[in-house]
Design a protein around this ligand. Sequence first.
Ligand code: KG4
Ligand code: ZN
Length: 351
Amino acid sequence: MIKILGIDTSCDDTCASVLTDNCVLSSMAASQIKLHQPYGGVFPTVAKLAHQQNLPATCETALKRAGVTIADLAAVAVTAGPGLAPALEVGITFAKNFATTHHLPLLAINHLEGHLLSPLLNNRHHLPNHPEPTNCLGLVISGGHTQLMRLEKIGKYQLLGETLDDAIGECLDKIGRLLSLGYPAGPAIELLAREGNSNAYHFPLPLTSRQDYDLSFSGLKTFAKNLIDSLKQQYPNGLSKTQLQDLAASCQQGVFAHLLYKVKKLLTKEDLGKTIFVGGGVAANIYGRGQLRSLSKQFGKTPIYPYHRRFCGDNAAMIALVAYYQLQAGLCPQRLASIERQPNWQLTSWN
Ligand code: KG4
Ligand code: ZN
């Protein structure tokens, strides 16, 4: 069993986690949501400063909660990209200093691979115990990305389709902003939608004439904006709670219908294994899970998610997890000097 300290500062959460193999011993996240809320999105320089202030204590707490000392660690893993450049820089600089001081190897990890493999995280009882992927479909659905991947095996990936513009979570966040739901808006939309009628407003289904698996969410956002603007004109004294709930339910339905349309096309045409790996903040959405479960069933497949919803969103456990698989596969950690932030790092195969 090897113990790894994972660090992620790719966006607005300062995350540190300790794993023993693929089992989570601790996972800490210092949230910056309150700091960014006035801006309606993540403000990079504010994020950088908050990461600098929070990271040392977050790592210390992660080690303490795990009951692990620095001497027990076999390696450190840090997100090198994709993400906000100033935010990534903080994690990398800290991890390099930590690794040098304590003579530990440092692994630079791709954040997308963390989300993609996050269903393989285990808890302290080593549950769940999902088999490793072989030729499976993987979905990364987050605030920054929407990617449909073929997971041939751990470390071998093929991009099958991705969004051409906004990410699915970004689309929900932008619609939420129009409805003054704060940032991030995904969870608020999900909550409102529970009481709403998803058939109240009919959203269009984008890119249906294309044969590929690419997606586009910006048209859905524009459709929502026009709809909300016209309702606001019609009801100048403000929208009722029911109207808000109906809008949330219809938007949520529209956004997931687009994703599921492309997933269905893919499952129809491609020869893929029985499980579907799903990660990223939007994977926490219960409505979306229900829709994907029904669709997958038609194809004899089962979606699998991180064992706890908090591992859908950004966390450092998934970063340490990828490092564990890389070390297990015999991948040599890079020289420290060659590790640099890669804000637009595309996920490529290493195995
Ligand atoms: O994975 P994540 O934490 O950060 C990125 O890597 O982007 O994803 C954040 C995104 C945000 O857009 C947020 O609104 C969305 O995930 N999100 C949700 C839910 N929880 C978070 N979207 C829909 N339903 C949720 N329950
Ligand atoms: Zn993420």
